[in-house]
Design a protein around this ligand. Structure first.
Ligand code: BT5
Length: 258
């Protein structure tokens, strides 16, 4: 995978810029740095390997060389994105779901930021933003997708079982081809980000929809309930006993319940 091959795969898509690294700490860091230097809307940073890839709360995201898609898509927020920044996480997740569908795989979104195939994590999303006061200058949608089985961390304890596109499909998958599908899907869904249709598609893709779940929250007792759906702001709607609870984005881990 080299820059020329990747650019050829992305030809015709409305990119503001593209930077490829053989190895980098975190593509999100590079994209945020580039944002501060004035990068345009839909500038992409992609790396073959990340040495300090991260998830939420400083957790590690593994991207060994030759195995995955690790990219950050920088956006200059539209009015809708400014009003509903949580939808950018939904956007990244929906783009991965659509890319999987194009390979014939039914993916689902483990709220708030994971994509599952066959109940295992194939991708994670990490959106980070640059704010000045109440103004959102830029957001970076970080997406890590396990394409080859070698992307799945071995010998480390994972919070959730993991898989890869190739592992689920049982055949080889080209990373440039999956990149093109992913970015095209993101550009397409982004046009509809401000619409009810977007929220509906996000909700329809939720894993454990209508099922019992357990939400583990840092510093608080776990919340048991039935997953009812999503609010327009990306909060989860949970039936807990007689009441309906809204759970905001935050430090939350969702698990299937009984
Ligand atoms: C995430 O966090 O899942 C968000 C991951 C975002 C990664 C992308 S790659 C491009 C961009 N640059 C970055 O530096 N980050 C973004 P979270 O929900 O906190 O999950 C993190 C947990 O997933 C870890 O603690 C591990 O248990 C597990 N994990 C780590 N690497 C994995 C992998 N390759 N596949 C599956 N699970 C993994």
């Amino acid at each position: 995978m080299d820059q020329a091959e990747l650019l050829a795969a992305l030809a015709g898509l409305p990119l503001g810029g593209f930077r490829f690294y053989k190895s980098v700490g975190s593509t999100n860091d590079e994209a945020l740095r580039w944002a501060a230097q004035g990068a345009s809307d839909i500038s992409i940073v992609l790396a073959d390997e990340q040495t300090a890839g991260r998830g939420r709360s400083g957790r590690k995201w593994h991207t060994p060389p030759g195995s995955a898609l690790a990219l950050s898509i920088l956006v200059r927020p539209t009015a809708a994105e400014h009003d509903e920044p949580a939808r950018l996480t939904g956007l990244g997740a929906l783009a991965v779901v659509q890319c999987c569908r194009e390979f014939g795989l039914e993916a689902s979104i483990k709220w708030p930021n994971d994509v599952l195939l066959g109940g295992k994590k194939v991708a994670g999303i990490l959106v980070e933003s640059d704010w000045s006061g109440n103004t959102l200058n830029a957001s970076v949608i970080g997406i890590g997708v396990n394409v080859k089985a070698s992307a799945v961390p071995a010998g480390v304890a994972l919070g959730f079982p993991a898989t890869s596109l190739e592992g689920e499909l049982g055949r080889g998958v080209s990373r440039p081809d999956s990149l093109r599908r992913l970015v095209a899907a993101l550009v397409e869904w982004r046009r509809r980000l401000g619409t009810p249709e977007f929220v509906q598609a996000w909700e329809d893709a939720l894993a454990f929809h209508g099922k019992p779940v357990i939400l583990a929250r840092d510093g608080e007792p776990p919340l048991h309930g039935r997953l009812l759906g999503l609010e327009p702001d990306g909060s989860l709607r949970l039936e807990t006993g007689e009441t309906v609870t809204k759970v905001h984005f935050g430090e939350i881990h969702l698990r299937p319940g009984q």
